[in-house]
Design a protein around this ligand. Structure first.
Ligand code: DI6
Ligand code: FE
Length: 420
């Protein structure tokens, strides 16, 4: 018996580790796993013996490229219903904010999500999550925020946990009770925040269904002061925070998030340079969401150059949700972050691997191809890593390894037709 389980040989590796090489590239390399961990990465020349003496399984991948499994660090993937009719309204010229203020938007998804059983939500979500996996995702974050009452929020979070147990993917969950004001609290926003803090947060923490806490700090969401109160409560329950900040206006949310040592501040189209400096000092990741920018036909770009200038790590994510980003595709985000936000293909890939791991507080465990990290590997039929951002609407994934084991897409994933 050899010591390692599997070695992939004749591989080109985009390790995304800070080796000084673009993409942390190792050409003509090999990578080995034992159980769910990477145990060896390097060039073929550096192997200390014949591959079949080192590992029980040898897989010759004939020059294909290996990247870390992709990480979608911001989604709202569990929801009831759809918002296709709002899409049609927006095409007639009604704005996202107008729809929200008229009681549609997040609140309309809330109604459908409250009405749906846990089983129905699982059934609807399996093909969506399967789609992300088919494109190379091995970790996906899923937020609540469409329940907006204790039991429905916990229902959404436990559906997210169930999804992670049902499919070959690691699901990280985020409690987003402060996403929108539910209609029964109309005119009583302070009372709702009190309920989030006094009732929902303790129950969510007690249930163990959330890994982090998020809020929507926005003119159509919650104020900076309300967000701060939610953050204090999260901290009291030992839950890390992140924030939807500066998507439509500048309320100083990103700076507030930085003050609380947030893992990430997300969206950021309207963020100020002072807030970017605060994020840099706190090590808060900037998560940019080109899907929402595209679907809402925004024109204000997130200040990528300021993130670069001040050394803020940039992650990219799908923000997959039924309103502003009905796009369960991280590969498309790689392309859009380059075409729309002028990021480089290397920055885009770092944004969907290393920096996405950091945005979830998981940088020590995944996001790069390095010894000791999780053996989550995506193997691509491409000639160079820039192709991952270059193709749009084409998926060159060859094989996906999760926790050291190759996923059988036909047997383990769910197609839309099978969900109904
Ligand atoms: N910003 C978003 O991108 C999602 N939530 C938020 O606060 C959109 C949610 C939705 O429109 O359903
Ligand atoms: Fe979002």
């Amino acid at each position: 018996m050899a010591d390692w389980d599997t070695i992939w040989i004749n591989a080109n590796l985009a390790t995304m580790a800070g080796t000084g090489m673009p993409y942390g590239k190792i050409e003509n390399g090999a990578i080995a796993a034992k159980c769910d961990r990477i145990v060896w990465v390097g060039s073929m020349d550096a192997l200390t013996g014949k591959p079949d003496t080192l590992a029980n399984h040898v897989v010759d991948i004939a020059g294909k490229w290996v990247t870390p499994g992709l990480i979608d660090c911001h989604t709202h993937l569990v929801f009831g219903g759809s918002r296709a009719s709002e899409f049609e309204q927006r095409l007639q010229g009604v704005s996202y904010e107008e729809i929200a203020r008229a009681g549609g938007g997040i609140v309309s998804t809330m109604t459908a999500t409250r009405e749906a059983s846990e089983e129905a939500l699982v059934r609807a979500s399996l093909p969506r999550l399967s789609n992300l996996i088919r494109e190379g995702c091995t970790t996906v974050e899923i937020k609540s925020g469409y329940g907006l009452e204790k039991s429905a929020e916990i229902k959404q979070l436990s559906v997210a946990r169930t999804l992670g147990e049902s499919l070959p993917v690691n699901v990280q969950t985020t409690f987003l009770g402060a996403h929108a004001l539910p209609p029964e609290f109309k005119g009583r926003q302070a009372d709702y925040i009190e309920q989030v803090i006094e009732e929902m947060m303790p129950a969510v923490a007690e249930s163990g269904t959330a890994d982090a806490v998020d809020a929507f700090c926005e003119s159509i969401g919650f104020t900076a002061a309300e967000t701060e109160a939610v953050f204090k409560s999260a901290q009291a329950h030992d839950l890390p925070v992140k924030l939807h900040a500066e998507q439509l206006s500048d309320l100083g949310g990103a700076a507030l998030a930085a003050r609380f040592g947030a893992l990430s501040a997300d969206h950021l189209e309207f963020v100020s340079e002072d807030s970017v400096l605060a994020m840099a000092a706190a090590g808060t990741v900037a998560v940019v969401l080109p899907g929402a920018f595209y679907i809402l036909r925004e024109t204000q770009l997130p200040p990528i150059d300021l993130f670069r200038k001040h050394g803020v790590d940039i992650a990219i994510a799908s923000d997959f949700n039924p309103g502003s980003s009905p796009v369960p595709s991280l590969l498309l985000m790689l392309n859009m972050s380059c075409t729309l936000f002028r990021m480089t293909p290397e920055e885009a890939l770092a944004g969907a691997t290393r920096n996405a791991a950091k945005a979830l507080g998981l940088a020590a465990d995944r996001g790069t191809l390095e010894v000791g990290k999780r053996a989550d590997l995506a193997i691509w039929s491409i000639g160079q890593p820039a192709e991952l951002a270059y193709w749009a609407g084409y998926n060159p994934l060859h094989t996906l390894i999760h926790d050291g084991t190759a996923i059988d897409f036909d047997a383990q994933l769910v197609s839309p037709g099978l969900a109904a």
